[in-house]
Design a protein around this ligand. Sequence first.
Ligand code: MN
Length: 215
Amino acid sequence: MTYAVSIRPQPVVPVEGSDRPFPVRRILCVGRNYAAHRREMGGDDRDPPFFFSKPADAIVPPGADVPYPTATSDLHHEIELVVAIGEGGAIFGFAVGVDLTRRDLQNGFKAKGQPWDAAKGFDASAPISAIRPFDGTIPQGAIALSVNGQVRQQAQVADMIWSVEEIIAEAGKLWTLEPGDLIYTGTPEGVAALQRGDAVTGEVEGVGTIAFKVV
Ligand code: MN
């Protein structure tokens, strides 16, 4: 088969202990899944979490720099546990991700009731660690992000409003989850701005670490 235009390379994420990478189909993200972050975003405590998405090629693989995006002067970090979906919609593994956000654009879209795509789904907006294959234990422990060695976000995955199982069940009401889907499960409080030159490090207990530089 030849196509009318060139086919872009399949975005992939490395898998720990394997030479076979995870092919990314699409990226779903959960909004407002930690109560303290929902409050810092001005949300109503009664509103449940919700989904938005990023394109598969927003992935930034481990070890790559993140270019400071166009069209923003308020790029925010959001450390998140990431669920990787495998065959039959089952959990394949977990990773550490950062949901990068053009907060200034997002605030403008919220005020006008407009969609978030340009605030969330931009190029290189989804840094991720390698995927650790699922061992039967769903992560519940510490989640943290530091910038230039200073802690910005620090919480427990157990504090999520929707658990991993509930996120998968809720997503399944809206879409058929397929192998290659990634779900960024929401961020705890402490989101703040990044600048060019910042070194970002993050960790989810029992899952792994992430590190990248904003250039
Ligand atoms: Mn997020």
